[in-house]
Design a protein around this ligand. Structure first.
Ligand SMILES: Cc1cc2nc3c(=O)[nH]c(=O)nc-3n(C[C@H](O)[C@H](O)[C@H](O)COP(=O)(O)OP(=O)(O)OC[C@H]3O[C@@H](n4cnc5c(N)ncnc54)[C@H](O)[C@@H]3O)c2cc1C
Length: 240
């Protein structure tokens, strides 16, 4: 059966990326039914079912959340996807740069960040950076890299080798299928101040789609399992 998804199902992220909910199976009710199958119980009305979801999350009975599945279509810079695919508990299929010629779509940040002072792998916004110079350096590099890529193709080199000339801010696209349990895990780790700002934006978009589809689980997650330090979804920051 084809389900019509609302217009909210696609959220733009960064300058050219997006996260789109392609399909979903199961919702809050699926979690409740999976939890109660052990004693042949069914749905018991909003109050009791909501309470059960809170109970499950509070006591980390997480397997019922594996019965709600999301399929997302994502468009991200390659360096973001490289962090994303570290999350092994999900299924990926990516657009092939061996099969099709790469399109010259690159991520260009609005703001440049300086290295953080306390954390060696993080960044901060209020550093002294010559932004016009940084913009020019990145744009020139992308232009030259893409020209080299096309020249390699013209010289008869295979796409799978010519792509070695391309930088990691090139956009790629992929499908990601993940269950609610692992989606919450991803949101916890990546909609967090410790994660790179660019992947935080994707995690926040995923959180919006998750919240729209599973509002009771989202509510319980925020209250009981959310460890994010700075992520903002719908203008609310973490309660912890
Ligand atoms: C802020 C931040 C910084 C990071 N920095 C680095 C870095 O510098 N270098 C780097 O390499 N990575 C880095 N990572 C990636 C990180 O190490 C994890 O690979 C990534 O966050 C995925 O987490 P996960 O393994 O819990 O998730 P998943 O792979 O989705 O796994 C989900 C859960 O399943 C279980 N699981 C999955 N596979 C196994 C297994 N083989 N054995 C046992 N249990 C398993 C675990 O309980 C796991 O938490 C960073 C991540 C974050 C959020």
């Amino acid at each position: 059966m084809t389900r019509r998804l609302s217009r909210r199902a696609e959220i733009p992220v960064l300058d050219k990326g997006f996260v789109r909910l392609v399909d979903a199976m199961g919702d809050d009710a699926a979690v409740v039914l999976a939890a109660r199958v052990s004693y042949a119980g069914g749905l018991k009305g909003e109050e009791q079912d909501r309470k059960l979801i809170h109970f499950l999350l509070r006591h980390q009975h997480m397997t019922p959340f594996e019965h709600a599945i999301f399929k997302f279509h994502c468009k991200t810079p390659i360096f973001v996807m490289r962090q994303w695919i570290r999350h092994r508990a999900g299924s990926f299929n990516e657009k092939s740069a061996r099969y099709a010629e790469a399109v010259d779509e690159f991520y260009f940040p609005d703001k440049w960040r300086a290295p953080a002072t306390a954390n060696k792998q993080a960044s901060r916004e209020n550093g002294r950076i010559d932004s016009p110079l940084a913009d020019r350096l990145l744009r020139d590099n992308c232009r030259q890299s893409y020209a080299a890529y096309q020249n390699l193709l013209r010289a008869g080199v295979a796409r799978e080798m010519a792509r070695m000339a391309l930088p990691v801010n090139l956009y790629t696209e992929f499908y990601w299928t993940v269950n609610a349990r692992n989606l919450m895990h991803f949101i916890n780790l990546r909609a967090d101040a410790a994660a790179q700002w660019e992947i935080q934006k994707y995690a926040e978009a995923l959180a919006e789609l998750f919240k729209a589809r599973m509002p009771w689980t989202w509510e319980a997650f925020r209250l009981l399992a959310w460890t994010g330090k700075n992520a903002e979804v719908d203008g609310q920051s973490s309660p912890t």
